[in-house]
Ligand binder design. Structure first.
Ligand SMILES: [Zn+2]
Length: 259
């Protein structure tokens, strides 16, 4: 309780001293609440707990500050997501949600937060004929990290997002603004990615894999790969070997990048 109380005070002080705003617009700031996870021998449950029993440890997943800048999630996006899940992943579902088993790191290839955010905001894709031919569902990700390291939430963790062929149904996507010659990925982005990944790994102990988008081909012949159209595949180079190497080096624990 004391820890929880201290955390809340710290978050409060931090938020009101960091001036989190974007383009002069006041942000709706909602830091992630700490998640409690029970860890006991042979039994892992993730839910808020009131009492800690003998031989159980209380695990606190402390979150970095995450700013809400949600993209549109409406009936159309839900419908297009369900269609995508059926047509591409072969999954018949009534809710467009994922079971997180993997984190995929990307870069946007665009120079500004604004352009990256706008490209994902609408439910339907515009342009990009090869991608839109397969589905009119727009691409998206769950998080977008700006060049200054600020982390923005675009979608709730378990909402379906189209960001990695064959694996969307189980993957949380982290996009990073930049990755171009003009706007290379920054140290702040690296540190924020590490914090965010650590937090997600703690929050979802069922996440087994961490990959850069350029590594997704490794899963193509595994049972995890769910893509009905065998010819639907694009070459990806983001966020690059160097960035992923540095992310992995900074993470407190090793996490698999291959099936
Ligand atoms: Zn990507």
């Amino acid at each position: 309780m004391i820890l929880q109380y201290l955390f809340k005070i710290n978050v409060f002080i931090f938020l009101f001293s960091s001036g989190c705003s974007y383009d002069g617009t006041p942000d709706y700031i909602k830091p992630e609440i700490q998640t409690y996870r029970l860890r006991s021998r042979g039994d892992e449950r993730r839910k808020p707990i009131k009492k800690v029993k003998k031989n159980q440890i209380r695990v606190i997943c402390s979150s970095p500050v995450i700013l809400n800048r949600k993209i549109i999630w409406n009936k159309l996006r839900e419908k297009l997501s369900l269609e995508y899940m059926f047509l591409h992943h072969g999954m018949k579902s009534t809710k467009a949600i994922i079971a997180p088993r993997m984190i995929v790191v990307h870069h946007t290839g665009s120079n500004t937060f604004k352009s990256a955010w706008w490209s994902m905001e609408k439910p339907q894709i515009k342009g990009r004929p090869y991608i839109s031919k397969s589905s009119s569902l727009n691409v998206s990700a769950h998080f977008l990290v700006d060049t200054d390291g600020k982390i923005y939430r675009l979608l709730s963790d378990k909402k379906f997002a189209r960001h990695v062929i064959g694996l969307n149904y189980m993957a949380i996507g982290i996009e990073n603004v930049g990755g171009t010659v003009r706007t290379p990925l920054t140290e702040n982005q690296l540190n924020s990615n590490v914090k965010l990944i650590e937090y997600l790994l703690c929050k979802y102990p069922e996440i087994k894999f961490l990959i850069g988008h350029h590594e997704y081909y490794r899963f193509r012949k595994s049972s995890y790969w769910k893509e009905k159209n065998k010819r639907y595949y694009t070459f990806k180079s983001d966020p690059g070997i160097k960035f992923m190497k540095r992310v992995r080096k900074k993470l407190k624990r090793k996490i698999k990048s291959k099936p």
